[in-house]
Design a protein around this ligand. Sequence first.
Ligand code: GDP
Length: 308
Amino acid sequence: MITILAGGTGSIKIIRGLASCNSNLSIISNIGDNFWFNGLYVCPDIDTCIYGLAGILDKNRGWGIKNDTFYYLNVLKVLGEESWFQIGDKDLVTHIIRTKMLSKGFSLSEIVRWIAFHQYNIQNSIIPASNVHIETRIVTNKGDMNIQEFWVKNKAKPKVLDIYYKNSEQVKCNKDALRILRSSDIIILAPANPVSSIGPILSLTQIKKELIKQRDKVIAISPIIGKKAISGPARKYLKAKGIESSCYGIAKFYSQFISKMVIDHTDANFSNEIVKMGISTFETNILMNNAKEEKRLAKFILKVMNCC
Ligand code: GDP
């Protein structure tokens, strides 16, 4: 069994690749970017995973459903209501169903299972890291805001001073997440934003302890090539947390949890320093621009882990 800890746009690429090679894949999804918008509970990373596995993700945007329309959003705009967070009309249905089920007392994991399986026929388990709301908060020179307010509403313009996970230390993780970690042969940290996608999952004490115990089985894929993130605000967040923006910096950040790391072949010069932390490195092209490259990297990981 393979388990991957995942966020959104970077993560779904390798999830698709792995799912195409191995059907026994479970996903523990980031929940730190969940938030309430216009009375609806929105879970961006969970939905990216569902839409990605269902084959309906808008790959150009990296979020939402392909060929979606935005009639609802445009009407909100005309009415002067909050419309800065883009939700397409088909996507809206997911948020309405989820919010309705939450109000009826279903847990987030029950809801995700229902939507993934019944609505989209996804066979993989998608497990929210916790059923309790935790929130990644960005402290900026313009105030303390949630991640969507920073990234979407303020277009990532404010200066990032710090990042923290509100509520996470006292919160229990999802018991299914622990069960799946304990029975996995391989645990993968997706090529994701280490601070805003993997960080919130690692901030849950029980998951953190379990990964430390399972370190021998844990492999990370670098989201950084050279000093640059392939997409998104990773560099800004890493800088605010004092983490070097390189595969070495990421390896150091993950060092207590991982025993192996896949880095880009152009970053081979970092290998010696990473190995000194007790982490074996494996070099290959880590860019995934299409389905073929997603599958190739997935196969590479499975080979490294003696799984194919
Ligand atoms: P978010 O929730 O949308 O920010 O998505 P993730 O955290 O899952 O993914 C963002 C991270 O994935 C960024 O740090 C990117 O550098 C990384 N990323 C995006 N595409 C790729 C890729 O093709 N290969 C690798 N190795 N990393 C990628």
